[in-house]
Design a protein around this ligand. Structure first.
Ligand SMILES: [Zn+2]
Length: 197
């Protein structure tokens, strides 16, 4: 008699081996994952391996549908942010003083799968940022559209994204986000969009 596959539930573990360094991780499935799978058929989790991140996509059977590796580097303070274009480096000026410490900038090179982090990031935030990037990538692939500027509001922070074919700039701001700061951020995003296009 063959065994029927069992759906995963919150609280169950999934084991994954990193295709880059071989490390084995065990992660717990959450209610949030299950909800995501019910909506889109797949959920994912980002696991920090120091100089790289693995992004694991899994389905309702707990089967791993893909493991993607991204290079990652903590590059310094927000004020150090710069964009590495092939023949030049462009400084990204962020009015840090007005944004404060609650802002983190991620520069994702979409072609080279390379994530650079400026500001005080932490794993949970990176996890969310990677998930947002994957979600956008899937939406773009499915709907054959591209989004230039996106704002996403989550429980305790807001994410702004501008992107071109090659780069995604992701700015995360922990709340509270007042109208004045948001206006400055939007102005900055429009400028940044010019830099990466
Ligand atoms: Zn690894």
């Amino acid at each position: 008699m063959s065994q029927l596959p069992e759906r995963i539930e919150a609280g169950k573990y999934i084991i994954v081996k990193c295709p880059k360094c071989g490390r084995i991780d065990k992660f717990v499935v959450t209610d949030e994952h299950i909800k995501e799978i019910e909506i889109s058929g797949i959920s994912n989790i980002a696991i920090d391996h120091g100089d790289h991140v693995i992004l694991v996509a899994f389905d309702i059977w707990g089967s791993i549908r893909g493991t993607y590796v991204y290079k990652k580097a903590q590059k310094g303070k927000l004020s150090d942010a710069s964009l590495d274009l092939r023949y030049e480096t462009k400084k990204i000026v962020i009015p840090e003083a007005s944004f404060g410490e609650s802002v983190v900038l991620y520069i994702f090179n979409r072609e080279e799968k390379n994530l650079e982090v400026y500001g005080r990031s932490f794993p949970e935030l990176e996890n969310k940022v990677m998930k947002i990037l994957v979600l956008m990538h899937r939406i773009e692939n499915t709907l054959k559209v591209s989004y230039d500027l996106v704002k996403m509001r989550e429980e305790d922070f807001t994410t702004f994204i501008v992107q071109s074919k090659k780069f995604s700039l992701i700015l995360t701001v922990r709340d509270p986000l007042d109208a004045e700061t948001e206006k400055k951020i939007l102005e900055w995003l429009v400028q940044a969009k010019g830099l990466i296009s």
